[in-house]
Design a protein around this ligand. Structure first.
Ligand SMILES: Cc1cc2nc3c(=O)[nH]c(=O)nc-3n(C[C@H](O)[C@H](O)[C@H](O)COP(=O)(O)OP(=O)(O)OC[C@H]3O[C@@H](n4cnc5c(N)ncnc54)[C@H](O)[C@@H]3O)c2cc1C
Length: 603
């Protein structure tokens, strides 16, 4: 019986084997937990402790909250998962103190505190985890973190089977870290907040939600993938390495925020893991900075399992495989071995046991011989596959109009390599570094061919360059090429800086202008002379003859432009006039106000 079998037997009726774990995380990818127990009160935690004692050896153990900082391997987690609920899900507000259970949702605690007029935890509305997970990670944002507001907490030590109340000074809280170990379960945490104005607190909560919506992507992710290196931003380093939007299989570096990696629905945790590794290596090669994952990687080969041990110390520290999946090297239920003396056993029974053991040994030997034959055959196949006999000779490039096919082949780096050695994901990712390429797929065709299919970016606007000429950009602000003059039919974006050559990306200030360029209907485009963005990201169009259009911020741009088209279709005003479609349902036409539009008096 393995240590985990002993845990399962001890928790019979409470723990369930082979339960989906990836589905409990915000990534929504990854495999199952070998064993899962839902703890509804401290009695259940005591039962888990007893099961760990019964195991004798250390057991891989993971306490899971909302799963918003976890990436579970597709092969799952080969140990016991503890999920808190029931009595651990509560929020109590008393004067300026808020006590919340380990499984309570942090956004809920933040909202309830703000609704009681308490200040200090409003940022928590943007962290979609549990109180326990937030404490373990010392979660934070918007200039604060758990350490700043925590007064005390109750931790249940699953190894020792007892709980204690701890102050923040003994928890080793640092930037996205704490000394809360894999064998600790946060029972509750108490936050010391300050009295403030209820409306101001609720407004701060709303502002945090608005900011998150505007700056962070939706979809399946676990927030920031990497912690920020001292004095720098992980997102900036990934962005500057040109990896924003990079895709590997079902995982993609978010085009909206470079420190977020998203997984496609029904995707693979291994794709996310591969992409994390790839981004780390590119940033390290480029800058020498080795980014550290903030997201917890669970069950991946090469990552240490969180082992928890209760009861007397084991004789020898067990290796990972011994603990997680196998009983190899251990005496199963006290059975004799051929060399063991068995003085107290009746002789016929002893002979019978020895016969069974000999039979087992013979079967094991047959298995070993069969396995060796399989290894030899597999090695022969592998040697053939990796030999130059099956090297790539034909590369086909589809879908290119603006990109040189030779550049695509060079970027893919597939020619001459054995077909089996080609990493199609990495190859496609390299092709996607070319300025015009939005998306690429690389597909092998046996015995010696590779097809690279490219989807190119669509130019929507140009930006004047300080020294003359223009940069042609697409709707997401990628600089596609530099040209002496603007190609016909493209809108010129005013007051926008060009960051660099092809492949660079316009800064966030260009967002509203790009939204216009991207959504501009064909009927309006010929009448627009220029576009400018003024303070507060407010967008203006010069329609000529002293007539301007005020579009406001970048949101709802499609509706605003439709509204503008309707006004112009019904009656084209004469200048000086401003058509204000900031609220698209209520367009107004009037004289220009003082200070706006930006080109008043010109054109
Ligand atoms: C869209 C999005 C935005 C995010 N933004 C932020 C942000 O701004 N700032 C930030 O810090 N994080 C952020 N995160 C990450 C994540 O929400 C936090 O790390 C959160 O605190 C994790 O809590 P959880 O309950 O989901 O923990 P899980 O992901 O379930 O687990 C994380 C760790 O905590 C441990 N743990 C969980 N519950 C307990 C418990 N009761 N007792 C002991 N240990 C426990 C787990 O064993 C694991 O080691 C974001 C995530 C997403 C998806």
């Amino acid at each position: 019986m393995t240590a985990l079998d002993a845990v399962a037997a001890s928790l019979a009726g409470r723990a369930v084997p082979d339960q989906p774990l990836g589905a409990r995380t915000t990534y929504r990818v990854g495999g199952h937990a070998a064993l899962l127990v839902e703890a509804h009160g401290e009695d259940d935690l005591v039962a888990v402790h007893r099961a760990l004692v019964a195991a004798g050896d250390p057991v891989p153990l993971l306490v899971v909250g909302q799963g918003s900082n976890l990436l579970v391997a597709d092969t799952g987690f080969p140990g016991l998962v503890v999920v808190l609920g029931g009595e651990f899900d509560f929020v109590d507000v008393h004067d300026t103190t808020v006590r919340a259970g380990g499984s309570a949702s942090l956004p809920k605690v933040a909202r309830k505190s703000a609704a009681a007029g308490l200040r200090g935890l409003e940022w928590g509305v943007g962290v979609p985890g549990s109180v326990g997970g937030a404490l373990r990670m010392n979660a934070g944002g918007h200039g604060s973190d758990i350490a700043a507001v925590l007064d005390q907490c109750r931790l249940f030590d699953l190894s020792a089977g007892e709980a204690a109340v701890w102050g923040p000074d003994r928890l080793g809280l640092g930037y996205r870290r704490s000394d809360v170990g894999p064998g600790d379960a946060v029972v509750w945490a108490e936050f010391a907040l300050t009295v403030g104005d209820r409306d101001a607190a609720m407004e701060a909560v709303t502002e945090v939600v608005r900011w998150r919506r505007e700056h962070q992507p939706g979809g399946s992710n676990a927030g920031s993938v990497f912690t920020n290196p001292a004095g720098d931003s992980a997102g900036r380093l990934v962005d500057e390495a040109g990896l924003k939007g990079l895709r590997m299989g079902s995982a993609q570096v978010s085009p909206k925020h470079a420190n977020f990696i998203q997984a496609d629905s029904g995707g693979s945790a291994d794709d996310v893991h591969r992409l994390i590794d790839y981004v780390r290596s590119v940033v390290a090669d480029r800058t020498g900075v080795v980014l550290e994952p903030e997201v917890r990687l669970v069950g991946f080969a090469g990552d240490a399992l969180p082992l928890v041990h209760a009861g007397p110390e084991p004789q020898t520290p067990p290796a990972r495989a011994e603990v997680s999946t196998s009983s190899r090297g251990r005496d199963l239920s006290g059975s004799p071995t051929p060399d063991d003396p068995m003085p107290a056993v009746e002789p016929r029974l002893w002979q019978r046991r020895m016969a069974v053991l000999r039979d087992q040994s013979r079967r094991r030997l047959r298995w070993i011989i069969a396995a060796l034959c399989a290894v030899v055959a597999a090695t022969a196949v592998l040697v053939t596959l990796h030999s130059p006999v099956l090297a790539v000779r034909n590369v086909t490039v589809d879908g290119v109009h603006r990109t040189d096919p030779a550049a695509v082949v060079a970027a893919a780096r597939v020619g001459g390599s054995p077909l089996v050695d080609i990493d199609t994901g990495a190859s496609a990712a390299r092709v996607e570094q070319l300025p015009w390429v939005a998306h690429a797929t690389v597909v092998r065709s046996w015995p010696d061919g590779v097809t690279i299919t490219v989807t190119e970016r669509v130019p929507v606007a140009v930006v004047d360059r300080p020294g003359g000429g223009v940069a042609v950009v697409d709707g997401s602000g990628h600089v596609l090429e530099l040209a002496a003059t603007a190609p016909p039919g493209l809108l010129t974006l005013g007051a926008v800086a060009v960051p660099g050559g092809p492949g660079s990306v316009l800064g966030p200030a260009a967002g509203p202008a790009l939204a216009v360029a991207d959504a501009l209907p064909a009927t309006l485009a010929p009448g627009v002379r220029r576009l400018a963005v003024t303070a507060g990201h407010r967008v203006w169009l010069d329609l000529g003859g002293g007539v301007s259009a005020a579009l406001g911020g970048g949101a709802h741009m499609g509706a605003k432009l439709q509204s503008l088209a309707s006004v112009l279709a019904s009656a084209h005003p004469t200048g000086p006039a401003v058509i204000d479609v900031t609220v698209p349902d209520l367009p107004t036409v009037g004289p220009p106000a003082a200070g706006a539009p930006p080109w008043r008096g010109a054109a």
